[in-house]
Ligand binder design. Sequence first.
Ligand code: NAG
Ligand code: NAG
Ligand code: NAG
Length: 498
Amino acid sequence: MKTYVTVTMLIWWFYCLFFLSFPFVRLFVLAEEPYKSAIGDPGMRRDGLRVAIEAWNQCNEVGEEAPNMGSPRMADCFDVINSSPIKLVHKVNEEDNRLGVSNALFKRSSIMNVDQYAPWKEIYLGKKCQVEDQPRPWQFWMIMLKSGNMDTQAAVCPENGKKTQPFSPQPRFPCFGQGCMNMPLIYHNYTTPQGEEGNNSLRGSFYGTWDLDADVTKAATENDSSYYSVTWEKEVGTGSWLFHHVLKTSSKYPWLMLYLRSDATSGLSSGYHYETRGMSKIVPKSPNFKVRFTLDIKHGGGPKSQFYLMDIGSCWKNNGQPCDGDVTTDVTRYSEMIINPNIDSWCNPNNLGSCPPYHTLPSGVRIHRTDKDNYPYGAYHIYCSPGNAESPEEPYNFCDSYSNPQPQEILQILPHPAWGQYGYPTKKGEGWLGDKRTWELDVGRLSQSLYFYQDPGTEPVERHWPSIDLGTEIYMSGNQVAEWTVSDFDIIVPRDDN
Ligand SMILES: *[C@@H]1O[C@H](CO)[C@@H](O)[C@H](O)[C@H]1NC(C)=O
Ligand SMILES: *[C@@H]1O[C@H](CO)[C@@H](O)[C@H](O)[C@H]1NC(C)=O
Ligand SMILES: *[C@@H]1O[C@H](CO)[C@@H](O)[C@H](O)[C@H]1NC(C)=O
């Protein structure tokens, strides 16, 4: 009782102190902001946009370039000259964007296969788009496309980083036959000033389809053609870019993904064993960072659309060492909050293998998954242990062993009061259709509290997040449409981070 009173009084004392000194605190904050942006384009307000697009197959490679498209890495990067009328100086031309192994425009193609060429091209485009900045330069936002189709008989995707043998088709891997893992057609409307002279709005887009025989001008509306588009728009000198996304599945391509990523500007980002380029000039670190953005979902993408309000990706080995590109021991780590209210919890007291071994409260207290009275089962969609974990706690669940070049650990969470302290949705439906919101998510503290596997007795890693993104994964359902906009995106870190 005595301790209780003392603590209450202390809290009251700090409370008074805080409010009395508020004007001074504000002055101090103005003089020296305690936070800064980790990304090259804080809040998406820079007129001279830098944006790129990439396409991946089931295991995050190319496999085969789409006819006449070149390698699936393209960019739209320009500076704005404030003349009247406004002029744009583009940094990446059509020839750069169409570089690929199959059109042999570039000599290096002779010594690289298509999987190696794509990351090489990303770095090449990155050089053209790079903006000098402190503490280091940055390159572009990355739009990511992925198809989940997998040809099990072609055995192109490794299993947990190890080469596989062909196996017979299974319903969990869609494939309509040979060539089902193709790259999409990618078309590009370079950013241009719009409308009348004196109107300062800019617009550009990437769009296309995975159905190689479809007419792209009809694919958006035609039944059973896959389609995607990302259109960016902004008034020069004011406000944020607005990124408008559309993703549509077809019966041949029922499992498609479209994300907008802020990736690290160098090093390995997650899901990939090559150097990447991106927007995060400072790689945010748990527990001190926040992610802010405005999200307006207009169409959800159907009952199996796993819309990720926030998807964070990293990579470390089970022994706690950083990833180095060795796909047999590197482990990509993902956590996502799925906000589609149709998605249920697969973690429950009768299916403990799909729950992380423990849940950590904001206070640091751990609740074991066998504690039926206290464990928040409904806060978790699914947990998957790394496919190469040596001693995962029983019972465990491995999943998705083919969808990355290396083994992966996946922790998908759902809106639940357990996440309220971090600014995340606490109820199903929050932020969903018709509920446009500006989120400020304490991703840093949340990601610090989440369970991630390491081998017993190893030092817990410092958690860095080289990929922060949002968008949807429409899972195994044809003729579904998702449509949403993103603006004001920013990642905020302490002033002294670098
Ligand atoms: C691209 O430009 C063409 C020609 O102006 C236009 O018809 C089409 O709607 C544009 N596509 C997108 C996705 O902006
Ligand atoms: C400028 O043109 C665009 C596209 O034609 C239009 O949507 C926008 O409303 C115009 N803005 C102004 C300020 O006239
Ligand atoms: C669209 O195509 C799918 C797959 O072929 C078919 O099952 C469905 O009936 C079609 N819908 C319409 C409205 O034609």
